[in-house]
Write a protein that binds this ligand. Sequence first.
Ligand code: KDG
Length: 335
Amino acid sequence: MKHIVKTMIAVLALTGFAATSQAADFKPRIVRFGYGLNEDSNQGRAVKYFADELGKLSGGKWKVKGFGAASLGSDPQMQNALIGGAQEMMVGSTATLVGIVSDFGVYDLPFIFANEKEADTVLDGPFGQKLLDSLQPKGMVGLVYWENGFRDLTNSKRSINKMEDMQGIKLRVMQNPVYIDMFKGFGANAVPLAFSELFAALETKTVDGQENPLTTIESSKFYEVQKYLTITHHVYSPWIVTVSKKWYDGLSADEKAALKKAATDSRDFERKDSREASAKALTFLKQKGMQVTTVSEPELARMRATTTPSVDKFAADGHAQVVKDLQAELAKLRK
Ligand code: KDG
């Protein structure tokens, strides 16, 4: 009798197991995940984390392949590949999305977020979700935001301690009107250029400087071609993880749930990893010989005052509501 009972328990367990694995509806898939930074960067490490996580959640049926260093193209080129269904996934800057949904320019407004906590709360809350959702009619699905980080200045010509020191500096900026207006307001000669072309432009002195978070300055080895680093934290820059809507619409409910879970888990991993890497980057860059200055609070206040026209121009260009909504979210946080 005992033998029969044991056999029945084994059969039930196996049936139950089989039912569970059949309930999880995953097809074998290859997912091409493109990104712009090097594999050995906060962005590359998070793509690998995401790939490992989704491999586990799909029972090994999904193979996520990371393509770094803009090997699948620049951010705008990858965005078009997702919209056309030629590529499944990418992570890039929200700043390069303004050609698809111009309201994303709100995240480029200078001195908007005071710290990472504010950024996390707004990006992961209803305000950030509304912008993620605005991509769907355009052929992309926004999953989550990762952290690019607070941006600082580097250049090869001189130490920058005040706005006037930027006069005449050919400064590469992202291909985005808010950045162009902001740095023109500081007195620099703003040169919009794709990230994938930036190192070569710095090396050949086509441009004198650029602005990016410390983690990017380190992982992209800008310290090899830039002598001066100025800590300004002038913008908090998000990355955004997106998928092709053409591809996404063909996924099962289980596959969509696993994709979202892996994306959310990778967001939390990436932010922690980025902040740890950022805390170490300044020491590393000093050891690599960069001359570091930090702009004083009074000088930052002067810089902030000159950015008002660029903020007003962005609002006047049909973005008054999104600016108002973001300022309302921040006011709630700061009560
Ligand atoms: O994929 C890399 C870029 O999207 C990102 O690093 C953008 O900060 C950026 C820059 O300066 O282009």
